[in-house]
Design a protein around this ligand. Structure first.
Ligand code: PGA
Length: 255
């Protein structure tokens, strides 16, 4: 297994999903002159409607950009109206998929069991899950952080054959709220996650663990300086290519 590298990942969510939006976004990224740096992986995760165009745009981009899907179904094929399978994404040339985002857990009732199947199918197809975990405010207030992370990680990664995976610690209360977790909270959680990974047979030191939750260009420099933070999964601040680029620069400077 490779040593861990840093990542700067844009989760565009249900935004910038028209052809003209995404064209403008990639053109703005190119104007920012995001350079290729082998030690920082840059991944853009647009809505499904612009995946194909995003792949084409990433191929002509000056930077080495990877494209991720925001979701995948846990079944291989069948009568699942509106859903998309791992095979379909692989055929598209997608190498990364966000799995277990808290918005999917909360609004679409995604279970640990489904998340486990998604992770497993992706790994089997040599694709890399960007696996999100994190506690709600209620769980934090009830001292259930470690229990929650353990439950999500152990169930989500149970019986996974290979170990090429990216973890994202995203406390639910910090997502889209402007309430970024403190350095202490992030350090404690990332260390917990590495220990849990070690306990279940992964090499926690070799898995990149990103932080996500109201990351912006004002707090990125301080957060990337934390030893256990291997980059960011960025929602709101990634919608503006210039802000995303500023955050990327902080990551690049930290390696
Ligand atoms: P945010 O979202 O940066 O807007 O908080 C992060 C995420 O949901 O991945």
């Amino acid at each position: 297994m490779k040593n861990r590298i840093k990542y700067c990942i844009a989760n565009l969510k249900m935004n910038l999903g028209t052809q003209s939006d995404i064209m403008k976004y990639f053109s703005n990224l190119n104007n920012c002159d995001i350079s290729t740096n082998e030690s920082v992986g840059i991944i853009i995760s647009p809505p499904f409607t612009t995946l194909s165009q995003s792949i084409a745009l990433s191929e002509v981009s000056k930077a080495h950009l990877e494209i991720a899907a925001q979701n995948v179904n846990d079944h291989d094929s069948g009568a699942f109206t509106g859903e998309v399978s791992v095979e379909m994404l692989k055929d598209y040339g997608i190498g990364y998929v966000i799995v277990g985002h808290s918005e999917r857990r909360a609004y679409f009732n995604e279970t640990n069991d489904q998340i486990n199947k998604k992770n497993k199918n992706l790994i089997k197809n040599n694709m890399c899950p960007i696996f999100c975990v994190g506690e709600t405010l209620e769980q934090r207030n009830n001292a259930l952080i470690e229990k929650t992370l353990k439950n999500q990680i152990i169930k989500g990664l149970d019986k996974l054959g290979a170990k090429e995976i990216i973890l994202a610690y995203e406390p639910v209360w910090a997502i889209g709220t402007g309430q970024t977790a403190t350095s202490e909270i992030i350090t404690e959680a990332h260390q917990m996650i590495r220990n849990i990974l070690n306990d279940i047979g992964f090499d926690g030191q070799k898995i990149s663990i990103l932080y996500g939750g109201s990351v912006n260009r004002n707090n990125a420099k301080e957060l990337i300086a934390l030893a256990d933070v291997d980059g960011f999964l960025i929602g709101g601040a990634s919608l503006d290519a210039n802000h995303f680029y500023d955050i990327y620069k902080f990551i690049e400077e930290s390696v």
